[in-house]
Design a protein around this ligand. Structure first.
Ligand SMILES: C[S@@+](CC[C@H](N)C(=O)[O-])C[C@H]1O[C@@H](n2cnc3c(N)ncnc32)[C@H](O)[C@@H]1O
Length: 210
């Protein structure tokens, strides 16, 4: 390896760390906002959407970031909804619903709330940001929680608008299963390695659309 190449690699890593530190110093509840920000900078998913669901939202870092982007860039109306089975400290401007999104009764309740309480034009979301995996729930072995993926897809089919997009954060051992299952629901799948606060971290994103 040439000296120039080594120096260039070091410089790239250094500038990446700097940009991560810069984002971290802002007042978000989680560092994974860095990963969301990097993906959003590339695809402008948040800017292009008016009804956004943060699925698996607690403690609320992504919701904070979504709201910040909308406040900065949107002149029209928009709605940010957050769902989690855990409680979440409230964020002014984010409509939080506490419950398990895989539960049928919860989905019925959500449908009713969307129709009545949310005062948004669309009864469906045009962007779902799903961050429902925690490292504790991911098996170390290569087995994949297909039921979990199917629940997510069933939920998405019900609540994502026809031209809507799903952004899903996952761990690499799911990639094959995701390609296999998601292609029945979405026409386009774009896989991205996430640049998180931990450089070299193995999380990934998939951007899904029809
Ligand atoms: C990694 S955390 C999300 C962190 C969030 N993106 C942030 O930046 O603050 C994953 C969340 O998904 C939630 N979750 C997992 N399965 C869920 C389910 N079936 N229904 C609702 N929430 C769920 C967990 O309770 C957890 O709070």
């Amino acid at each position: 390896m040439s000296k120039d190449f080594k120096t260039y690699s070091w410089f790239k890593r250094y500038t990446k760390e700097l940009s991560i530190r810069k984002t971290r110093t802002q007042d978000y509840r989680t560092n994974s906002v860095v990963a969301l920000k990097n993906i959003n900078d590339k695809y402008r998913l948040i800017e292009k959407s008016t009804t956004i669901l943060d699925l698996g939202a607690s403690p609320g870092g992504w919701s904070q970031y979504v709201l910040e982007v909308k406040k900065r860039t949107s002149s029209g109306t928009y709605k940010v909804v957050a769902i989690d089975k855990l409680q979440m400290e409230s964020i002014s401007g984010v409509y939080f619903i506490n419950g398990d999104y895989t539960d049928c009764n919860f989905q019925t309740r959500l449908e009713v709330e969307m129709g009545m309480g949310l005062t948004i034009k669309s009864s469906k979301f045009n962007l779902i940001l799903a961050d429902v995996c925690s490292s504790a729930s991911v098996p170390r072995a290569r087995c994949v929680d297909k039921a979990g993926l199917e629940s997510l897809l069933a939920f998405t089919s019900r609540f994502l608008s026809k031209k809507g997009k799903l952004l899903y954060r996952f761990f690499p051992q799911y990639r094959e299963a995701i390609s296999e299952l998601f292609k029945y629901y979405f026409k386009f799948l774009i896989f991205e390695r996430s640049e998180t606060s931990r450089v070299g971290s193995s999380e990934m994103f998939v951007v899904c659309s029809s």
